[in-house]
Design a protein around this ligand. Structure first.
Ligand code: 13P
Ligand code: ZN
Length: 274
């Protein structure tokens, strides 16, 4: 099948378009990667024309030999769904997980996203901790989450608890909470190491004054996760804009009741007394 018609490419393109429509991808902001199943890579092998090997900039031995769909560096999400062959690439990693080569896409030139080290290190952690189920890593410049990183302490406990309080569904959708990375230079190995450490515990990592990373099993679940977190951030921004005083909110014991009825485990460290 023609690669752009495959179900996994269609899911990738739909997600990029959804993110664009949310306003999370100004200019070239944000990036998306998908770890292919072996049979998915096999099904398009006839369309692969391998380019030269290039260093990833970090080492991901747990992903050696795998294939990834990735947005291109400097490419605009606005154009991804309309013209995937120019804005997206299919990558193959070498057996050591040190180098990649482009096997399809970026027909007008370019490289995979500058956040490839973060994406791949997150994939490596998530592949391990999810028993291979997680396949999608998404970076978006979500407006309200970014705004919160100027006024809340950059602390996993505070971000998780405040976001949980903003909508009853939140602790059910992200029961493990969210992690926060302090401001760091993007695009390199250091921020990739810091983010992938958080991915051991969380499915969402917020980058102070920059955006967020989310991980999930499918395009729908990963987009839905970040959409839920960002919606909650929007409500919190509104509450803070109304003076910030909460006359009433969801209490720790109420979260515990919710956890019981919905069959989720909420770590007690987020249910502190205020
Ligand atoms: P790329 O265009 O290289 O993907 O970078 C966009 C971005 O959001 C960097 O954090
Ligand atoms: Zn970014």
């Amino acid at each position: 099948m023609e690669i752009t018609k495959t179900e996994w490419m269609q899911g990738f393109l739909r997600m990029a378009q959804d993110g664009w429509e949310q306003g999370w991808h100004e200019r070239n902001g944000g990036n998306l990667t998908y770890r292919l199943r072996p049979e998915e890579a096999e099904s398009v092998r006839d369309q692969m024309t391998p380019g030269p090997w290039q260093p990833i900039g970090t080492s991901v031995p747990g992903l050696g030999g795998e294939y990834f769909l990735a947005t291109g560096s400097g490419k605009f999400f606005r154009h991804v769904a309309r013209c995937p062959e120019e804005n997206v690439c299919l990558l193959e990693l070498d057996k050591a997980g040190e180098n990649y080569r482009i096997v399809w896409g970026l027909t007008k030139g370019g490289k995979p996203t500058s956040e490839l080290p973060s994406h791949l290190m997150n994939h490596e952690v998530k592949k391990r901790v999810s028993g291979g189920r997680h396949r999608v890593i998404y970076h978006a410049h979500c407006t309200n989450l970014i705004a919160l990183t100027f006024v809340l302490p950059l602390d996993d406990k505070v971000f998780t608890r405040e976001l949980w309080e903003m909508a009853t569904e939140c602790p059910v959708v992200f029961p493990d909470g969210v992690g926060v990375v302090p401001w760091m230079v993007p695009g390199g190995r250091d921020i990739a190491v810091a983010t992938s450490r958080l991915m051991e515990t969380y499915d969402v990592a917020i980058w102070a004054h920059h955006g967020a990373f989310a991980s999930g099993e499918t395009f729908d679940l990963t987009f839905g996760l970040l959409h839920t977190v960002e919606k909650s951030a929007e409500i919190l921004c509104k509450v803070l804009s109304m003076g910030g005083h909460k006359r009433q909110t969801i209490q720790p014991d109420e979260f515990r009741s919710l956890a019981r009825d919905f069959g989720v485990q909420l770590p007690e460290r987020f249910l502190y007394e205020k």
